[in-house]
Design a protein around this ligand. Structure first.
Ligand code: C2O
Ligand code: CU
Ligand code: CU
Length: 464
C-alpha cells in the first residue's frame, strides 16, 4: 500500500523523505507542548495514579516562562484522541493566536499540531488551557502556568508559582465522568472533592524565616471560587490577573475566581519550627492547601513591599468612560431562578426547550454563542459594560484579548478600580467594566465557570 502510494519511482521518493527527515532538526527549534493521556499521582500515596489528559506529561503542565516583550512560540502537538486547542489566558495577543476552537481557529485534530507564535506585551502571571470542550478538557488536566518576567523584577528571595485546582474523584481516584452534566451546569459548576496545588494535595516547601517570597496564585479549577487565608506571613497583593496595582495592598485574605490570578509578596514571619500557611475556606473549616515549614533565618525585612512596574495597557480615561455608551449585560438563569425565555441560535425558546438543548443560562436574553457579536466596536473605542448578576450563583466573567478596569460601583474619578481580565460577581451583584478596544479581532466574553460557559454564558465582541 505504502509503496504504491509512494509511486513508481521509489528511490526518488525515498530520497525525498530522507531530505525531509534531514531537515527536521531545524523544525525542532520550536518548543513542543504535547497534549496526551497519561497518569499522574494527584491523590495521596497509596492510591493509583489518576488517568488524566496533560500537557508535557504533567499536571499542571510545565511552567512556560519568558521575558516581557519577547515572542513565545509553542508547537502544540495533539496526541489525544480528541480535538483540542490552547488559549493563552490573559495575554493580549493577536486574534489568530487566541486558541478559541470554532472562533479563532479550527480545533487541532488528533495527530495534528498547531504553531502558536505571539508577543508577550505584559509581564505577570498568566496561564494556558484547552479551549475546546474546556469544561471537560480543563477538568481532565489540560492547563498550566505561563509566567512573563519583568525586565527588572522586584527583589525577592523566592518566586513560587502556585496553581490551584480541584478534581472530582471517584473512590479509586479516577476522575468521575459526567463532564458538563446539566445538574452541575445549572448550579455552581463541576466542583471537585480534592484540592491540589501544583498537582499535590498537600504542597509544601521549607522557607527560612524572614524570607521574602513572591507567590503567584492561579485558580485553574473549572468552577471553584477559592477563599484563601494567609497565616504566618505578612503579605501584600502586588498584581491582579497579571496587572500590577499602583500600591501594594496588605491583606491576609484572597478571593480567587476560576481563571483569576493574584501576585503576592509575602514575608515569612512565623517562627522557626512553625509553618506559614495558605488555607482554603471550605464548608467544614479551613484546609491548608500550601505550607511553608519555617527554618532558621533572620528577622523579617522592615522595608516596604515593592511595587511592580506597570504594563503598557492603554487605559480608558474617565471622560471617555463616562461618555461611552453603556452596554448592559444581564446574567440570567440557573437553578432557583431559571429563564422564562431566551434566544438560542436565532430562535426564541422557553426555559424547558432551552434546557433540552443544554442551555440553562443566558446573557441579556441570549443563550449560547450567537452568530452576531454582542457588540461591534471600532478599534480604539472605549467600551463600557454594566454586568448585573440576576442569578443565585457566583460567576467569573472573562474577556479575551484585553484587560478591563473593574469598578466596585459606578466609574468615577475617585472610585477604586483594578485592571483585570476576569471579574467575580456574587449573586445579585452589579459591576461596571471599561476598556479600550485596541486589539482587533473576535474576542469571547464568557463565564469562566466552564460548565456555565458551555450551557449559555458565552458571547463575543468584534473589534474592527
Ligand atoms: Cu481562560 Cu475563554 O478562557
Ligand atoms: Cu482568556
Ligand atoms: Cu457562571
Amino acid at each position: 500500500m505504502r509503496q504504491a502510494y509512494l509511486g513508481p519511482n521509489r528511490r526518488q521518493v525515498l530520497g525525498g523523505l530522507a531530505a525531509v527527515s534531514f531537515a527536521r532538526p531545524s523544525f525542532a527549534a520550536v518548543p513542543e507542548l504535547v497534549a496526551a493521556q497519561t497518569a499522574v499521582q494527584l491523590a495521596p500515596e497509596g492510591y493509583a495514579p489518576t488517568p488524566v489528559w496533560a500537557f508535557g506529561g504533567q499536571v499542571p503542565g510545565p511552567v512556560l516562562r519568558a521575558g516581557q516583550g519577547t515572542r513565545m512560540q509553542q508547537r502544540v502537538v495533539n496526541n489525544l484522541d480528541a480535538p483540542t486547542s490552547v488559549h493563552w489566558h490573559g495575554i493580549r495577543l493577536e486574534n489568530a493566536m487566541d486558541g478559541v476552537a470554532g472562533l479563532t481557529q479550527q480545533a487541532i485534530a488528533p495527530g495534528e499540531s498547531f504553531d502558536y507564535d505571539f508577543r508577550l506585551p505584559d509581564a505577570g502571571t498568566y496561564w494556558y488551557h484547552s479551549h475546546n470542550r474546556s469544561f471537560e478538557q480543563v477538568a481532565r488536566g489540560l492547563l498550566g502556568p505561563l509566567i512573563v518576567d519583568e525586565a527588572d523584577p522586584p527583589e525577592v528571595d523566592f518566586d513560587e508559582v502556585l496553581m490551584l485546582d480541584d478534581w472530582r474523584f471517584a473512590q479509586d481516584a479516577t476522575l468521575m465522568e459526567g463532564f458538563g452534566a446539566l445538574m452541575d451546569a445549572s448550579h455552581a459548576g463541576r466542583i471537585g472533592n480534592w484540592v491540589t496545588v501544583n498537582g499535590r494535595g498537600a504542597w509544601s516547601k521549607p522557607m527560612p524565616r524572614g524570607a521574602r517570597v513572591r507567590l503567584r496564585l492561579i485558580n485553574g479549577a473549572n468552577a471553584r471560587v477559592f477563599q484563601l487565608r494567609l497565616a504566618g506571613m505578612r503579605a501584600a497583593v502586588v498584581a491582579f490577573d497579571g496587572m500590577p496595582v499602583d500600591m501594594p495592598q496588605e491583606t491576609d485574605t484572597v478571593a480567587l475566581a476560576p481563571a483569576q490570578r493574584v501576585d503576592l509578596i509575602a514575608d515569612i514571619v512565623a517562627d522557626e519550627g512553625e509553618e506559614a500557611l495558605i488555607l482554603s475556606r471550605e464548608r467544614d473549616g479551613d484546609y491548608a492547601v500550601a505550607s511553608f515549614p519555617v527554618e532558621a533565618g533572620q528577622e523579617p525585612r522592615s522595608t516596604e513591599f515593592p511595587t511592580l512596574p506597570p504594563n503598557p495597557v492603554s487605559l480608558p480615561d474617565m471622560p471617555s468612560i463616562l461618555g461611552a455608551t453603556m452596554h448592559e449585560m444581564r446574567l440570567e438563569g440557573g437553578a432557583m431562578r431559571g429563564i422564562a425565555s431566551a434566544m438560542h441560535q436565532g430562535e426564541e425558546l422557553d426555559g424547558r426547550s432551552l434546557a433540552e438543548r443544554g442551555m440553562v443560562w443566558a446573557l441579556s436574553g441570549v443563550a449560547g454563542m450567537p452568530e452576531a457579536p454582542y457588540l461591534e466596536v471600532a478599534r480604539g473605542e472605549t467600551v463600557r459594560i454594566g454586568l448585573t448578576n440576576d442569578t443565585a450563583w457566583p460567576h467569573g466573567m472573562h474577556l479575551h484579548g484585553h484587560h478591563f478596569l473593574e469598578f466596585a460601583g459606578a466609574p468615577a474619578a475617585d472610585a477604586p478600580s483594578r485592571l483585570r481580565d476576569t471579574t467575580l460577581l456574587g449573586p445579585g451583584e452589579r459591576r461596571e467594566i471599561a476598556f479600550v478596544a485596541d486589539n482587533p479581532g473576535d474576542w469571547l466574553i464568557h463565564c469562566h465557570m466552564l460548565e456555565h460557559a458551555a450551557s449559555g454564558m458565552m458571547t463575543w465582541i468584534r473589534v474592527t
